[in-house]
Design a protein around this ligand. Structure first.
Ligand SMILES: [Zn+2]
Length: 319
Protein backbone atom coordinates (compact mmCIF):
# COMPACT_ATOMS: atom_id res chain seq x y z
CA UNK A 1 0.00 0.00 0.00
CA UNK A 2 1.26 3.47 -0.84
CA UNK A 3 1.75 5.63 2.23
CA UNK A 4 -0.52 8.64 2.61
CA UNK A 5 1.01 12.03 1.99
CA UNK A 6 0.57 13.19 5.59
CA UNK A 7 2.41 10.16 7.01
CA UNK A 8 5.53 11.12 5.04
CA UNK A 9 5.79 14.62 6.54
CA UNK A 10 8.89 14.92 8.67
CA UNK A 11 8.91 16.45 12.13
CA UNK A 12 11.78 18.86 12.84
CA UNK A 13 15.00 16.79 12.56
CA UNK A 14 16.56 18.80 15.39
CA UNK A 15 13.94 19.17 18.15
CA UNK A 16 11.18 16.80 16.95
CA UNK A 17 8.42 19.45 16.91
CA UNK A 18 5.88 19.49 14.07
CA UNK A 19 5.12 23.21 14.48
CA UNK A 20 6.49 25.00 11.47
CA UNK A 21 5.96 27.62 8.80
CA UNK A 22 6.64 27.30 5.07
CA UNK A 23 10.09 28.78 4.33
CA UNK A 24 10.81 28.06 0.64
CA UNK A 25 8.54 26.36 -1.86
CA UNK A 26 9.47 23.14 -3.61
CA UNK A 27 10.49 23.08 -7.26
CA UNK A 28 9.14 20.89 -10.09
CA UNK A 29 6.12 19.71 -8.14
CA UNK A 30 8.11 18.10 -5.33
CA UNK A 31 5.42 18.88 -2.79
CA UNK A 32 3.92 15.42 -2.57
CA UNK A 33 6.12 12.54 -1.51
CA UNK A 34 3.81 9.67 -2.40
CA UNK A 35 4.57 9.35 -6.14
CA UNK A 36 8.30 9.88 -5.51
CA UNK A 37 8.42 6.85 -3.21
CA UNK A 38 6.78 4.72 -5.90
CA UNK A 39 9.58 3.34 -8.13
CA UNK A 40 7.18 2.90 -11.06
CA UNK A 41 6.02 6.54 -11.08
CA UNK A 42 7.03 9.21 -13.58
CA UNK A 43 7.94 11.44 -10.64
CA UNK A 44 10.43 8.91 -9.32
CA UNK A 45 12.03 8.47 -12.75
CA UNK A 46 12.28 12.23 -13.14
CA UNK A 47 13.82 12.74 -9.71
CA UNK A 48 16.36 9.95 -10.32
CA UNK A 49 17.41 11.55 -13.61
CA UNK A 50 17.80 14.98 -11.98
CA UNK A 51 19.06 14.05 -8.49
CA UNK A 52 22.57 15.36 -9.17
CA UNK A 53 21.54 18.45 -11.14
CA UNK A 54 22.52 21.91 -10.00
CA UNK A 55 21.47 25.41 -10.95
CA UNK A 56 18.18 25.92 -12.74
CA UNK A 57 17.42 22.20 -13.12
CA UNK A 58 18.10 21.31 -9.47
CA UNK A 59 15.25 19.47 -7.71
CA UNK A 60 14.00 20.89 -4.41
CA UNK A 61 11.55 19.69 -1.78
CA UNK A 62 9.70 22.46 0.07
CA UNK A 63 11.55 23.77 3.13
CA UNK A 64 9.91 24.60 6.45
CA UNK A 65 11.21 26.61 9.40
CA UNK A 66 10.63 25.03 12.81
CA UNK A 67 8.87 27.63 14.95
CA UNK A 68 10.59 26.19 18.04
CA UNK A 69 14.30 25.79 17.25
CA UNK A 70 14.38 27.65 13.88
CA UNK A 71 15.82 24.66 11.98
CA UNK A 72 15.30 24.87 8.21
CA UNK A 73 14.30 21.45 6.88
CA UNK A 74 12.61 19.66 4.01
CA UNK A 75 9.00 19.00 5.00
CA UNK A 76 8.75 15.93 2.83
CA UNK A 77 11.63 13.57 2.24
CA UNK A 78 11.92 10.21 0.43
CA UNK A 79 12.01 6.97 2.39
CA UNK A 80 15.28 5.05 2.76
CA UNK A 81 14.65 2.73 -0.21
CA UNK A 82 13.99 5.68 -2.53
CA UNK A 83 17.00 7.58 -1.24
CA UNK A 84 19.23 4.55 -1.78
CA UNK A 85 18.09 4.34 -5.42
CA UNK A 86 18.66 8.07 -5.95
CA UNK A 87 22.21 8.04 -4.59
CA UNK A 88 23.04 4.74 -6.33
CA UNK A 89 22.50 6.57 -9.62
CA UNK A 90 25.13 9.12 -8.59
CA UNK A 91 27.68 6.62 -7.26
CA UNK A 92 28.26 5.30 -10.76
CA UNK A 93 29.64 8.67 -11.69
CA UNK A 94 33.32 8.53 -10.72
CA UNK A 95 34.00 11.95 -12.18
CA UNK A 96 31.74 13.42 -9.55
CA UNK A 97 33.69 11.76 -6.72
CA UNK A 98 36.94 13.18 -8.08
CA UNK A 99 35.48 16.61 -8.24
CA UNK A 100 34.15 16.63 -4.70
CA UNK A 101 37.47 15.27 -3.40
CA UNK A 102 39.36 17.96 -5.27
CA UNK A 103 37.27 20.76 -3.88
CA UNK A 104 37.64 19.38 -0.37
CA UNK A 105 41.44 19.49 -0.54
CA UNK A 106 41.43 23.08 -1.61
CA UNK A 107 39.49 24.14 1.42
CA UNK A 108 42.12 23.59 4.08
CA UNK A 109 39.66 22.54 6.74
CA UNK A 110 42.46 20.92 8.77
CA UNK A 111 43.88 24.30 9.76
CA UNK A 112 41.71 24.80 12.89
CA UNK A 113 42.97 21.46 14.24
CA UNK A 114 46.57 22.72 14.30
CA UNK A 115 46.22 23.55 17.98
CA UNK A 116 45.78 19.88 18.80
CA UNK A 117 44.26 16.62 17.71
CA UNK A 118 43.06 14.48 20.62
CA UNK A 119 44.66 11.06 20.93
CA UNK A 120 43.98 7.75 22.63
CA UNK A 121 40.94 6.61 20.63
CA UNK A 122 40.02 5.98 17.03
CA UNK A 123 39.68 8.53 14.24
CA UNK A 124 36.14 8.46 12.85
CA UNK A 125 35.11 10.06 9.60
CA UNK A 126 31.60 9.93 8.15
CA UNK A 127 31.50 10.31 4.36
CA UNK A 128 35.27 10.52 3.76
CA UNK A 129 34.99 9.77 0.01
CA UNK A 130 38.52 8.58 -0.86
CA UNK A 131 40.11 9.96 2.32
CA UNK A 132 41.38 13.35 1.20
CA UNK A 133 40.94 14.87 4.66
CA UNK A 134 43.19 12.24 6.26
CA UNK A 135 45.92 13.32 3.83
CA UNK A 136 45.27 16.91 4.76
CA UNK A 137 45.47 16.12 8.49
CA UNK A 138 48.75 14.27 7.98
CA UNK A 139 50.20 17.44 6.49
CA UNK A 140 49.85 19.34 9.78
CA UNK A 141 52.59 18.72 12.29
CA UNK A 142 50.49 17.93 15.35
CA UNK A 143 49.08 14.77 13.85
CA UNK A 144 52.51 13.17 13.89
CA UNK A 145 52.53 13.46 17.67
CA UNK A 146 48.99 12.24 18.07
CA UNK A 147 48.16 8.63 18.50
CA UNK A 148 44.92 7.36 17.07
CA UNK A 149 44.46 3.68 17.85
CA UNK A 150 42.81 3.10 14.48
CA UNK A 151 40.73 4.63 11.71
CA UNK A 152 36.97 4.02 11.32
CA UNK A 153 35.25 5.19 8.15
CA UNK A 154 31.54 5.25 7.36
CA UNK A 155 31.26 5.52 3.57
CA UNK A 156 28.14 4.31 1.73
CA UNK A 157 29.90 4.64 -1.62
CA UNK A 158 31.69 1.28 -1.88
CA UNK A 159 33.63 2.52 -4.93
CA UNK A 160 35.73 4.60 -2.50
CA UNK A 161 36.54 1.72 -0.10
CA UNK A 162 39.72 0.53 -1.80
CA UNK A 163 41.26 4.02 -1.64
CA UNK A 164 40.38 4.20 2.07
CA UNK A 165 41.94 0.80 2.75
CA UNK A 166 45.13 2.00 1.04
CA UNK A 167 45.56 5.14 3.18
CA UNK A 168 49.14 5.30 4.53
CA UNK A 169 48.25 5.55 8.24
CA UNK A 170 50.00 2.49 9.74
CA UNK A 171 47.01 1.78 11.98
CA UNK A 172 44.08 -0.65 11.67
CA UNK A 173 41.41 0.63 9.26
CA UNK A 174 37.74 -0.38 9.38
CA UNK A 175 35.11 0.68 6.85
CA UNK A 176 31.33 0.48 7.10
CA UNK A 177 28.75 1.20 4.38
CA UNK A 178 25.85 1.68 6.82
CA UNK A 179 25.08 5.32 7.61
CA UNK A 180 25.27 4.70 11.35
CA UNK A 181 27.98 4.29 13.99
CA UNK A 182 26.10 1.56 15.89
CA UNK A 183 28.35 -1.20 14.57
CA UNK A 184 31.48 0.90 14.11
CA UNK A 185 34.45 0.13 16.33
CA UNK A 186 35.13 2.78 19.02
CA UNK A 187 35.87 4.58 21.18
CA UNK A 188 36.59 7.68 19.13
CA UNK A 189 38.85 10.56 20.10
CA UNK A 190 38.18 12.53 16.90
CA UNK A 191 35.14 12.61 14.62
CA UNK A 192 35.01 14.42 11.26
CA UNK A 193 31.87 15.19 9.24
CA UNK A 194 32.59 17.39 6.21
CA UNK A 195 29.49 18.25 4.18
CA UNK A 196 27.67 15.24 5.63
CA UNK A 197 25.23 16.41 8.33
CA UNK A 198 23.00 18.33 5.92
CA UNK A 199 22.62 15.16 3.79
CA UNK A 200 21.44 12.83 6.59
CA UNK A 201 17.76 12.02 7.08
CA UNK A 202 18.33 11.65 10.85
CA UNK A 203 21.25 13.92 11.76
CA UNK A 204 20.63 13.95 15.53
CA UNK A 205 20.75 10.16 15.71
CA UNK A 206 24.17 10.28 14.09
CA UNK A 207 25.50 12.99 16.45
CA UNK A 208 24.15 11.21 19.54
CA UNK A 209 25.61 7.89 18.37
CA UNK A 210 29.02 9.51 17.93
CA UNK A 211 28.83 11.21 21.35
CA UNK A 212 28.01 7.90 23.06
CA UNK A 213 31.13 6.24 21.65
CA UNK A 214 33.43 9.20 22.17
CA UNK A 215 36.13 9.43 24.84
CA UNK A 216 35.80 12.27 27.39
CA UNK A 217 37.21 15.45 25.78
CA UNK A 218 37.18 13.84 22.33
CA UNK A 219 36.67 16.39 19.55
CA UNK A 220 34.15 16.56 16.75
CA UNK A 221 34.62 18.76 13.67
CA UNK A 222 31.73 19.51 11.35
CA UNK A 223 31.54 21.51 8.12
CA UNK A 224 28.12 22.41 6.71
CA UNK A 225 26.60 25.02 4.47
CA UNK A 226 25.59 28.20 6.32
CA UNK A 227 21.99 29.05 5.63
CA UNK A 228 22.54 32.52 7.18
CA UNK A 229 25.65 33.31 5.12
CA UNK A 230 25.88 36.50 3.09
CA UNK A 231 25.81 34.54 -0.15
CA UNK A 232 22.70 32.60 0.96
CA UNK A 233 20.95 35.84 1.88
CA UNK A 234 21.93 37.51 -1.40
CA UNK A 235 20.81 34.56 -3.54
CA UNK A 236 17.62 33.83 -1.60
CA UNK A 237 15.71 30.86 -2.99
CA UNK A 238 18.32 30.58 -5.77
CA UNK A 239 21.03 29.60 -3.26
CA UNK A 240 22.30 26.26 -4.69
CA UNK A 241 22.24 24.52 -1.29
CA UNK A 242 18.43 24.62 -1.30
CA UNK A 243 18.54 21.26 -3.06
CA UNK A 244 16.70 17.95 -2.65
CA UNK A 245 19.99 16.40 -1.48
CA UNK A 246 19.85 18.57 1.68
CA UNK A 247 17.02 17.46 4.01
CA UNK A 248 18.10 20.25 6.40
CA UNK A 249 20.32 23.31 6.31
CA UNK A 250 22.12 24.72 9.34
CA UNK A 251 23.24 28.13 10.49
CA UNK A 252 25.56 28.92 13.41
CA UNK A 253 22.69 28.88 15.90
CA UNK A 254 21.03 25.62 14.84
CA UNK A 255 24.37 23.82 14.43
CA UNK A 256 25.28 24.79 17.99
CA UNK A 257 21.89 23.61 19.28
CA UNK A 258 22.36 20.31 17.44
CA UNK A 259 25.80 19.72 19.01
CA UNK A 260 24.77 20.71 22.54
CA UNK A 261 21.62 18.60 22.50
CA UNK A 262 23.67 15.58 21.32
CA UNK A 263 26.07 15.88 24.28
CA UNK A 264 28.86 18.15 23.07
CA UNK A 265 30.10 21.34 24.73
CA UNK A 266 32.72 24.06 24.27
CA UNK A 267 31.26 24.64 20.80
CA UNK A 268 33.20 27.00 18.52
CA UNK A 269 31.75 27.88 15.13
CA UNK A 270 33.22 30.11 12.44
CA UNK A 271 32.61 30.91 8.80
CA UNK A 272 35.22 29.50 6.45
CA UNK A 273 36.75 31.56 3.68
CA UNK A 274 37.41 29.92 0.34
CA UNK A 275 39.64 31.02 -2.50
CA UNK A 276 37.85 31.30 -5.80
CA UNK A 277 38.49 32.82 -9.22
CA UNK A 278 36.52 35.97 -9.78
CA UNK A 279 35.34 34.41 -13.06
CA UNK A 280 33.87 31.44 -11.19
CA UNK A 281 31.98 33.69 -8.82
CA UNK A 282 30.60 35.88 -11.63
CA UNK A 283 29.56 32.76 -13.52
CA UNK A 284 27.62 31.54 -10.48
CA UNK A 285 25.85 34.91 -10.22
CA UNK A 286 25.24 34.86 -14.00
CA UNK A 287 23.54 31.48 -13.62
CA UNK A 288 21.10 32.98 -11.11
CA UNK A 289 20.18 35.92 -13.31
CA UNK A 290 19.97 33.75 -16.42
CA UNK A 291 23.23 34.66 -18.23
CA UNK A 292 25.34 31.78 -19.50
CA UNK A 293 28.76 31.37 -21.14
CA UNK A 294 30.07 34.63 -19.79
CA UNK A 295 33.70 35.48 -20.63
CA UNK A 296 35.84 37.56 -18.28
CA UNK A 297 39.33 37.29 -19.78
CA UNK A 298 42.21 38.09 -17.46
CA UNK A 299 39.86 39.65 -14.90
CA UNK A 300 38.24 36.28 -14.32
CA UNK A 301 41.56 34.79 -13.18
CA UNK A 302 41.89 37.10 -10.17
CA UNK A 303 41.86 35.05 -6.95
CA UNK A 304 39.65 36.35 -4.18
CA UNK A 305 38.89 34.99 -0.70
CA UNK A 306 35.23 35.15 0.24
CA UNK A 307 33.00 33.39 2.74
CA UNK A 308 31.35 30.97 0.32
CA UNK A 309 28.62 30.05 2.72
CA UNK A 310 30.21 27.28 4.82
CA UNK A 311 30.59 27.06 8.58
CA UNK A 312 33.04 24.95 10.57
CA UNK A 313 32.25 23.80 14.09
CA UNK A 314 34.57 22.21 16.63
CA UNK A 315 33.16 20.87 19.88
CA UNK A 316 34.18 18.61 22.74
CA UNK A 317 32.42 15.64 24.26
CA UNK A 318 30.89 16.70 27.57
CA UNK A 319 31.67 14.34 30.43
ZN1 LIG B 1 12.84 22.29 15.79
Amino acid sequence: MTPKHSSALRPCPLCGSDKKERYIDGRFGLENITPINDPSSIEFAWLKAHWGDEGKAAPRFPYAKCTGCEMIYAEVFPNDATLGALYAGLADNMEMIDESARSKTQLGYAHPLKSGVPSGGRYLEIGPDIGMFVHELKSIATLNQSNFTGYSFVEPNTAAHQALNDLPVNKPISISSDLSVDNVEGPFSMAILIHVLDHLAKPQEMLEGIAQKMLPDGKIMIVTHNQHSLIARLMGKFWPAYHAQHPQLYNKKTLKTALVSAGFGNVKIKSTRNHINLGGLLQMIGEVVGLRNLRFGILGKIQIAIPLGNILAIAQREH
